[in-house]
Design a protein around this ligand. Structure first.
Ligand SMILES: [Zn+2]
Ligand SMILES: [Zn+2]
Length: 242
C-alpha cells in the first residue's frame, strides 16, 4: 500500500509527465507509472502484480467475490437492473489511491492504463453491441473537464472495435456525491437521474464506470436503458468495493 503526501504526489506527477515527454522525444520506453522503472506498458510487471486484483470467482451479476463464482445472496434476493458485471480490482490499497487521484487530481492518464487491466478480465469477444460511459451531469462535466468513465471506455471500445455511444444515455439530475451517502440514500439519490433514448432499443450495452460501490448509479442507468428497450446491459468497472 502506498500513501503519498500531496507534495510528493504532485512532484511524482510532474516528474512522470517530464519523463513521458523525454521518452516520446527519444522514442524510449516510458517509465512505470508507480515506481518509475522503465516499462513499455505504463505499469511494470511487479507493480501490476501488486495491484489488488479481485479473485476470479465472482458473482456473475454484480462481481462480488463468491466461494464458487455463483450468484451472491444479494443478487438472489433482489437482482440489480444490469444483467452481468465485470470488475478487475478491489477498491483498496493502491487502487483506492490511484482512482481518486485520476478523478480529482487531474491524473486522468492513469485511467487508460487501468483500463488495460480491466481489458484482461473481460471476455475475448464481449457479447455487446455498444459501449456507454456512465455520463456525468453536464455541470459536473464542465467543472471536472472530463468524464473518468469516458477515459476508461475509449481504449476498451478501440480494443474491441465496438462503438462508443454518448447519445444513448443522459444524466439530467446533478446528484449529491454518492460517497457521502448511506447505502439506502444512494439508491434514492440516483433514482430517475438517467434517461435513455429510443436508439437503445434492442441493443446489448456495456456500461462503463470507474468504481462500483453500492452499484446504485449503474443500477439506475441500466434501469433507464432497459426502459428504453435495451436487450441486455452489463457493467464494466475498474474497481469494486467489497
Ligand atoms: Zn513499477
Ligand atoms: Zn451479486
Amino acid at each position: 500500500m502506498i500513501h503519498l503526501s500531496n507534495f510528493k504526489h504532485e512532484f511524482l506527477n510532474k516528474l512522470q509527465n517530464c519523463q513521458r515527454s523525454i521518452s516520446r522525444a527519444l522514442a524510449l520506453p516510458a517509465a512505470c507509472l508507480l515506481c518509475g522503472q522503465l516499462s513499455r506498458h505504463g505499469l511494470c510487471p511487479a507493480c501490476h502484480a501488486d495491484l489488488p486484483h479481485l479473485p476470479h470467482a465472482l458473482c456473475p451479476r454484480c462481481a462480488l467475490p463468491t466461494p464458487d463464482g455463483g450468484l451472491c445472496g444479494a443478487c438472489l434476493q433482489a437482482p440489480p437492473a444490469f444483467d452481468a458485471s465485470f470488475a478487475a480490482l478491489r477498491y483498496a490499497g493502491i487502487a483506492e489511491h490511484l482512482i481518486p487521484a485520476a478523478k480529482f487530481g487531474g491524473r486522468w492518464h492513469v485511467l487508460p492504463l487501468l483500463a488495460q487491466v480491466l481489458l484482461h478480465r473481460l471476455p475475448v469477444t464481449p457479447e455487446v453491441d455498444a459501449i456507454v460511459p456512465l455520463p456525468l451531469h453536464p455541470a459536473r462535466l464542465r467543472e471536472r473537464g472530463y468524464n473518468q468513465a469516458t477515459e476508461i471506455a475509449t481504449p476498451l471500445a478501440r480494443a474491441f472495435r465496438l462503438p462508443l455511444r454518448h447519445d444513448l444515455l443522459q444524466r439530467h439530475k446533478n446528484t449529491e456525491h454518492q460517497a457521502r451517502l448511506t447505502q439506502a440514500a444512494r439508491h434514492g439519490n440516483v433514482r430517475g437521474a438517467f434517461t435513455a433514448t429510443p436508439a437503445a432499443r434492442g441493443l446489448r450495452i456495456a456500461l462503463v464506470d470507474d468504481v462500483m460501490t453500492s452499484g446504485a448509479s449503474l443500477d439506475a442507468a441500466a434501469r433507464a436503458l432497459k426502459r428504453a428497450g435495451a436487450a441486455h446491459v452489463e457493467a464494466w468497472v475498474l474497481a469494486r468495493t467489497l
